[in-house]
Design a protein around this ligand. Structure first.
Ligand code: 5GP
Length: 111
């Protein structure tokens, strides 16, 4: 079943795009939890970290590298990257995504 993020990738749903290339897409979260809250998703429909395969190693490296570039391009010097995995962790959209959150002091531990 297509997720909201599949529909954003296909262009069926709009997004506030921040970055795009042939492997991934980044856009602003619709319900930001901080002044900067960007979602970075692979174009490949991977449900979560739980379903990664060995063949995804290069893609995951690409995503982490891009997450850093995107955070810095957004003017952040300090930020948090979050990948919720599974419903109990808070994952609501089952298309792998990296949250890039910053622009305010973030507390720890997470809730
Ligand atoms: P999760 O809870 O699965 O880790 O994160 C899903 C994120 O997607 C949430 O932060 C939520 O606000 C965001 N989100 C859900 N639907 C949409 C949408 O249609 N557009 C955008 N830009 N973000 C969305």
């Amino acid at each position: 079943m297509a997720t909201i993020f599949d529909k954003i990738i296909s262009g069926e749903l709009p997004c506030d795009e921040v970055y795009t290339d042939d492997k991934c897409l980044a856009f602003k979260d619709i319900t930001p939890q901080a002044p900067t809250h960007i979602l970075l998703i692979p174009r490949k429909p991977i449900k979560s970290l739980q379903y990664l395969k060995c063949e995804d190693q290069e893609l995951m490296g690409h995503l982490l590298l891009k997450s850093s570039e995107i955070a810095k391009a957004a003017g952040l010097e300090s930020w948090r990257t979050v990948i919720n995995t599974g419903a109990e962790s808070g994952q609501t959209v089952f298309h792998l995504h990296i949250h890039i959150i910053g622009g305010r002091k973030l507390s720890w531990p997470p809730g």
